[in-house]
Design a protein around this ligand. Structure first.
Ligand code: NAG
Ligand code: NAG
Ligand code: NAG
Ligand code: NAG
Ligand code: NAG
Ligand code: NAG
Ligand code: NAG
Ligand code: NAG
Ligand code: NAG
Ligand code: NAG
Length: 584
């Protein structure tokens, strides 16, 4: 999140000149998320709003083909391509119309859906990697294996051509995709693999030679550098002992990133502790020479996990090409790690800013702020005006529904962008763990904090990095316990081994959020009450199959749920209750 006070006014002024013409604001009007927020300025259309593509009259083939992992190395000799092949009315290429009757895209009397036949070849030399593989229409996450033996290891991605045809249809569909196979590292640095199918990260325990890649579910904070960490690396032991597995340092500000003497001591300790580092270049990412110096200084480090460029570029009106220019440079300098950034706005130039990231973060801060009237600026807040500290958040007090809505919105935007953008990028959450200043009258309670974090995981978040550390004792305690619970190997493997499935309940979505993960023979459930009211009566959650019992409880009161075949029942759900448990 932004550093208030310092940035309002000071930085805004200079950026307004630098990026003039990119946004709809008149020259003297300061904006956040494109909106005027000063009471002296009038509302105008902020622009930059992503709308769904026009609905097509005919069904479309929505085909995505992409390598499972973002990066493969020379020592790997095979890879898998993931195929998603759906029928859509929003994105894709017109589907074969089967005799002009668009309401039937295939003969429902046939035993199964038609098969799509796929051939994948290397665009450079036309060599065939997959020949005529069959995937049924309607499949998501189908995997096809390819040999990497003939693909040279290089720092640039290689273009692949996908040609497909559908049973009973004479049409040929063509799309392209890219695969990245890079030389093995020789500089001592590590590789962070991004699983683009399920969205999680995989890393190697570099302290144990030859250990396999393991899923990592980051649970952490943005950590204050100057005021907390800078003088003593022993603070890192404290931080790690809570149960946090990565650390995100907030740079001190200004054009100089860090004092390298101090930062190298920090990195030495991070390497020793195997405390993974998310390296933040928020103040410097637009200066590509500075970015290059920083990346070259750090890329051979073992504990470096991901790069982080822009912090709320959409709020700050950073240049629209900034994140992409930084991303291209990062890909050249270090193709081995993913790039992340955080967006603050609900819907402001989403495609432009996210084009420069592999991981998209959101920071919805809904606790103890007035969402309809800005006490900071004395204006109302709506979709074209004002800043209330939580952009386009409209839930009534006592609800964290805006967190779920943000995930639904980002999922929509990613699906509207279609195959050219590759698979949907994973989203990480930045729960509010501060308050008592600016828009927010108080910090969240432990109960609110756990609900905000788990609601994010339920909605597909693949990492949690709260703003900010140091926090209150109460929040340090609850987040440490939640981090320890979620990073248990069996829990992480399940959460990152599949995408969550939304479960039907007897209550409205505005009251409850229930999800199921099925992976590695395990079933994990997470049920979150979305309001302070909880349920005012019995809760019934529908499961896709009959179960026998609640197994181990990961969080909350899992054993208070009663199993009735394909239903789980509980007499009442308390406000912001969170229950996470395995069932079998
Ligand atoms: C916007 O508000 C600022 C601050 O009060 C003021 O200086 C500026 O003239 C206003 N601009 C317009 C176009 O209203
Ligand atoms: C198209 O198929 C639908 C569903 O089978 C059928 O109800 C409709 O009459 C068909 N229309 C034409 C023009 O054949
Ligand atoms: C770190 O050291 C500087 C210089 O000695 C001092 O001003 C600052 O207060 C110290 N910070 C912390 C958190 O101890
Ligand atoms: C950087 O930190 C070291 C160690 O604390 C200190 O000795 C040095 O003066 C600092 N350098 C600058 C330019 O502040
Ligand atoms: C950009 O970074 C370089 C390298 O650190 C530095 O020399 C230069 O002053 C920076 N430019 C600006 C405008 O901050
Ligand atoms: C990026 O956008 C800025 C602001 O519009 C523009 O001045 C600059 O030339 C662009 N840079 C590149 C490399 O396109
Ligand atoms: C928000 O502020 C307005 C204006 O002061 C007030 O009428 C309203 O009750 C406040 N809402 C909340 C939820 O505090
Ligand atoms: C908002 O209005 C209140 C009460 O009139 C005043 O005290 C405060 O300074 C105003 N804030 C701003 C940012 O104008
Ligand atoms: C938002 O509020 C401003 C100020 O009251 C108003 O001028 C504008 O029309 C409102 N926008 C919408 C979309 O309601
Ligand atoms: C942390 O919270 C738990 C559960 O509320 C409580 O039992 C424990 O005493 C707390 N620990 C600290 C250090 O506050």
């Amino acid at each position: 999140m932004r550093a208030y006070g310092l940035f309002y006014g000071a930085l805004f002024g200079s950026l307004a000149i630098e990026t003039a013409g990119q946004f709809n604001n008149p020259p003297s009007v300061l904006i956040w998320c494109g909106k005027a927020y000063n009471a002296n300025n009038a509302s105008f259309n902020p622009g930059g709003w992503l709308s769904p593509p026009e609905k097509s009259d005919v069904p479309l083939l929505d085909l995505r083909v992409y390598p499972r992992f973002q990066v493969y190395t020379a020592s790997e000799d095979s890879a898998t391509l993931v195929v998603d092949v759906e029928v859509s009315y929003r994105t894709g290429m017109p589907l074969c119309d089967y005799g002009g009757n668009n309401s039937v895209f295939y003969d429902t009397r046939s035993p199964g859906p038609p098969q799509l036949h796929l051939t994948v070849s290397d665009a450079a030399d036309s060599s065939v990697l997959i020949s005529n593989a069959a995937v049924p229409l309607g499949s998501i996450g189908e995997e096809l294996s390819i040999s990497l033996g003939d693909l040279p290891a290089q720092s640039l991605p290689r273009d692949l051509e996908v040609t497909a045809s559908l049973d009973g249809c004479t049409k040929t569909f063509k799309i392209s995709t890219q695969i990245l196979r890079v030389p093995d590292r020789t500089d001592g640095g590590t590789v962070t693999k991004l699983d683009r199918k399920n969205g999680g990260l995989l890393v190697q325990d570099y302290k144990t030679a030859g250990s396999p890649l393991q899923p990592l579910l980051p649970y952490s904070y943005y950590v204050d550098w100057g005021g907390w960490l800078m003088n003593s690396t022993s603070q890192m032991n404290v931080f790690k002992s809570y149960g946090f597995n990565i650390i995100h340092i907030v740079p001190p500000g200004g054009p100089e990133p860090f004092n390298w003497t101090q930062f190298d001591a920090f990195m030495d300790r991070a390497d020793e502790l195997q405390l993974w580092v998310m390296y933040d270049m928020r103040n410097t990412y637009l200066n590509l020479s500075s970015l290059e110096e920083q990346v070259n200084h750090l890329k051979s480090r073992k504990s470096l996990l991901t790069w982080y460029t822009a912090d709320e570029p959409d709020g700050n009106s950073d240049p629209l090409n900034g994140t992409t220019l930084a991303y291209q440079k990062l890909r050249e300098l270090d193709p081995y790690r993913p790039v992340s950034l955080v967006l603050n706005c609900y819907n402001f130039h989403f495609p432009e800013y996210t084009a420069g990231a592999d991981i998209i973060m959101e920071d919805v801060y809904p606790i103890a702020t007035n969402l309809t009237f800005s006490d900071q600026w004395n204006t109302t807040c709506n979709t074209t005006y004002g800043d209330c500290g939580c952009d386009d958040c409209f839930a009534p007090p006592g609800s964290i529904e805006d967190v779920r809505k943000r995930y639904e919105a980002f999922d929509d935007y990613e699906s509207w962008l279609g195959w050219k953008e590759g698979p949907p990028k994973p989203i990480w959450g930045v729960p509010q763990a501060f308050g008592g200043s600016e828009y927010w009258k108080r910090p969240p309670t432990a109960t609110e904090e756990a609900a905000m974090a788990m609601l994010r995981i339920n909605n597909g978040a693949k990492g949690i990095v709260a703003w900010n550390w140091p926090t209150t004792m109460e929040l340090a305690n609850v987040t440490g316990m939640l981090a320890r619970s979620l990073t248990q190997p069996a829990v992480t493997e399940t959460l990152l081994g599949s995408q969550p499935i939304k479960l039907e309940t007897n209550l409205a979505d505005s009251k409850i959020d229930a999800r199921l993960w099925r992976a590695k023979g395990k079933m994990l459930l997470s049920i979150v009450a979305v309001t302070t009211a909880g349920s005012d009566g019995e809760v019934v959650v529908q499961l896709p199959k009959k179960i026998d019992k609640v197994d181990s409880v990961v969080w909350g009161a899992g054993d208070s749920w009663n199993v009735h075949g394909k239903e789980l029942r509980k007499s009442v759900l308390s406000g912001y209750e969170v229950d996470v448990f395995f069932v079998s």
